[in-house]
Design a binder for this molecule. Structure first.
Ligand SMILES: Nc1ncnc2c1ncn2[C@@H]1O[C@H](COP(=O)(O)OP(=O)(O)O)[C@@H](O)[C@H]1O
Ligand SMILES: [Mg+2]
Length: 460
């Protein structure tokens, strides 16, 4: 210890950028007053958890590598399995991020109750007391014989507990509360978060256990502390949704063992999170009937078609027309507003326009263009489109409708939810399957789409 040197570094609390000199504005992310001073002992933390080379053995030929061990296991929560790419991979480090109160602890405690009874689980919590955990587990109806709860937050204590319990699955709630005494900074600081994650990563790989790491997200939307957390782990899942609504979406933004397209949909109830097998029905529930400025489309979330309601509000603007979009890219919405004026003949650019996707869903597919345009036109004209009409299609700058992928899957979902009409591009690549009761309205451009749906009041 005597020959350890202390070095001072400045670290940005927003993005984790490190520098030897202080700066008022972070050179990396541009945040003001975010550079904090840290005193580090060189080699801090490295003496613990074994050296990085400990887990590295002799190189092996590809043909010699052993694949007979279990690779994935089910978490018992179907929507979580789906996002992870068909269950959790043994020996992986999974980061579950989300705003405070969104339901991260609830989800992972529920997972403890669902996982097979013969697996040993260690739940480390620095956020709640033993009593709080017990009460929550009772409320959620969780029972598991081999579930151990540890409320310490020091890496040394965690390491000793791991030796004692020998868990197959470990949950750390949350990484911002864990600290290592060798790092001279507060828990939750970028240095601590990074160092502790590094040590947990080593423990994960050395012990072959599966670790779920909870991380809080700051207001700006990034994980508090260093962003580098994201590339240290195998999987990054984000829990999204508005706290006011019960709807929650779990999205993979990084997955070393599967696709990042899939989403998991949950609903928050008093007795915990419930998997939503049929998100379209939930998203459309409470939809106003006979009201203008709303149109339903179908977006693909991974392999799953989901119906989304796009709402628009167009009102006469003053000198500076304002524009807002929620759940849909602002630039895309602005482009569609311009196309609607120039090619659809509806003068909306001078108006205040608001576009919203209901349920906190984010739509980033061009297939939702036509529904956005129709919702805007419907609001401007103050004529409803009819509650049994859907619209699918990409809109080009000439106002032309372009074909979309997975048309049949989207139409099937629209049909399944009881819609009677759907506006589709006239030049379809796929021949649509015959869906009894669903009338297709093929259109070439947005002007024609508006004429067919909003000029004559035949839709309802
Ligand atoms: N006693 C309770 N009854 C009903 N719902 C509760 C109760 N306690 C917490 N919740 C719900 O759980 C949410 C908190 O979830 P939690 O898993 O603690 O979030 P996180 O760990 O992401 O901060 C609250 O927003 C609330 O909706
Ligand atoms: Mg929590």
């Amino acid at each position: 210890m005597a020959n350890q040197k202390t070095k001072t570094v400045y670290c940005c609390a927003e993005c984790g950028y490190e520098s030897a000199n202080w700066a008022g504005k972070c050179p990396s992310c541009g945040a003001w007053n975010s550079m904090k001073e840290f005193r580090m002992q060189s080699g801090a933390g490295m003496h613990k958890g074994g050296s990085a080379t400990e887990s590295i053995g002799k190189p092996k030929r590809l043909s010699e590598l052993d694949t007979s061990k279990e690779i994935r296991f089910s978490t018992g929560i179907s929507e979580l399995d789906r996002v992870l790419g068909g269950g959790a991979v043994c020996g992986s480090l999974i980061l579950v991020g989300g705003a405070p109160g969104i339901g991260k602890s609830t989800l992972l405690l529920q997972l403890c109750g669902k996982i097979s009874e013969d697996r040993v689980i260690l739940y480390i919590t620095g956020e709640e007391s033993e009593r709080q955990i017990k009460l929550r587990a009772e409320r959620l109806g969780i029972e598991h014989d081999l579930l151990y709860v540890y409320t310490g937050t020091d890496m040394d204590g965690i390491r000793k507990t791991l030796d004692l319990v020998q868990p197959e699955i470990m949950i750390v709630d949350s990484i911002q509360t864990i600290s290592d005494s060798g790092v001279g900074s507060m828990p939750g600081s970028p240095n601590q978060v990074r160092e502790c994650t590094m040590q947990i990563l080593r423990l994960t790989k050395d012990r072959g256990m599966t670790v779920f790491l909870i991380g809080h997200i700051t207001k700006e939307g990034s994980l508090a502390g260093p962003k580098i957390l994201e590339h240290m782990v195998d999987c990054v899942l984000y829990f999204e949704g508005e706290r006011e609504t019960s709807f929650r979406i779990l999205r993979a933004v990084k997955n070393r063992f599967g696709s990042t397209n899939e989403i998991g949909v949950f609903e928050m109830h008093a007795d915990g999170l419930i998997c939503v097998e049929n998100p379209s029905a939930l998203l459309l529930s409470g939809r106003p009937e006979h009201s203008s400025g709303t149109c339903v489309t179908c977006v693909m979330e991974g392999s799953r078609p989901i119906l989304a309601e796009i709402q628009a509000l167009v009102s006469p603007g003053g000198h500076n027309a304002s524009r807002r979009s929620n759940g849909i890219d602002f630039n895309r919405a602005s482009m569609l507003i311009a196309v609607l004026e120039k090619r659809g003949g509806i003068p909306v650019t001078a108006c205040d326009t608001y576009v919203n996707v209901v349920g906190g869903l984010t739509v980033d597919e061009p297939a939702a263009d036509l529904a956005t345009v129709l919702a805007l036109a419907s609001s401007y004209l103050d004529r409803p489109l009819g509650s049994e009409l859907g619209a699918i299609g990409e809109v080009g700058l000439s106002g032309e409708l372009r074909q979309v992928s997975y048309l049949n899957q989207r139409l099937s979902e629209i049909h399944r939810l009881g819609f009677r009409q759907c506006v589709v591009p006239a030049n379809m690549k796929e021949i649509p399957a015959d869906l009894p009761g669903l009338e297709l309205i093929p259109v070439k451009n947005i002007r024609q789409a508006i004429q067919m749906t909003l000029s004559k009041q035949s839709t309802d």
